[in-house]
Design a protein around this ligand. Structure first.
Ligand code: BTN
Length: 230
């Protein structure tokens, strides 16, 4: 059994497991404390977005990590991708895709100066495609399992995360490269567009643009639909 997940606090409904885990982290709970919920009323996504999932059909969890490694967002993505399957890919920095559809999102928040972070994971374990709001039906995905798979999936995610938290940065980068969904694909971001050219040793996304290679270390990158240039 994983050392992560002890203690564990579970809610039938909560606003956001990340918000609760942050409160607990600031109050001093130990490394590995996990907050889970069957349902969130104010789930938070990256870039200020919301995150929604039907009750009992998704893994909604937040893990308190003390002394977080520098590549924590990438390490968490690798851990979740391994649970999602051998074919799961990572859309930098840590969206998990299966068959090109996003099955999991990860929101890492923290207070580096206080030495902690919270890893929030939303994984669509048993969400059915009609459950997604219309605007997500073309891009969201699911593992296609039953609701009774949510608990074993939590156990598997925590076990994989425990290993990746202590992996060295080179191993994390290698694992991300092996699942890089953006490699050779047309991408755009707030500052430009180009073709994904890999992940550098610092975990940054490298993009080939008309004016040369650019390294992105934060923010949101969008895959251009269709185009996969030669
Ligand atoms: C993303 O935008 O891709 C990240 C989504 C992260 C969602 C999870 S669900 C559990 C945890 N609690 C939250 O409020 N957000 C994260």
């Amino acid at each position: 059994m994983s050392a992560l997940g002890q203690p564990r606090v579970h809610y039938r409904v909560i606003g956001s497991t990340n918000a609760r885990a942050r409160e607990l982290a600031a109050a001093g709970v130990p490394h590995g404390t996990v907050v889970t919920a069957a349902e969130q009323s104010a789930g938070r996504g990256r870039q200020g977005r919301t995150w929604s999932a039907p009750a009992g059909r998704a893994l909604l969890c937040s893990v308190v990590v003390r002394d977080p490694p520098s590549l924590l967002p990438l390490a968490a993505g690798v851990a979740v991708a391994e649970v999602a399957g051998a074919d799961a890919q990572l859309k930098w920095p840590n969206d998990v895709l299966v068959g090109g559809r996003k099955v999991a999102g990860i929101l890492v928040e923290g207070r580096p100066q206080e030495g902690w972070a919270v890893v929030g994971i939303g994984l669509n374990v048993a969400v059915r495609l009609p459950d997604f709001p219309p605007e997500l039906r073309a891009t969201a995905g699911t593992l296609g399992l039953e609701p009774d798979a949510v608990e074993p999936t939590l156990d598997a995610v925590l076990a994989r995360l425990e290993d990746w938290l202590v992996a060295d940065a080179a191993a994390v980068v290698a694992a991300v490269r092996a699942r890089d969904a953006l490699l050779g694909r047309s991408v755009r971001w707030a500052g430009g567009r180009g073709v994904g050219a890999g992940i550098d040793e610092r975990g940054r996304l490298v993009v080939e643009t008309d004016s040369g290679l650019v390294q992105l270390d934060a923010g949101e990158v969008h895959l251009q639909p269709g185009a996969a240039p030669a």
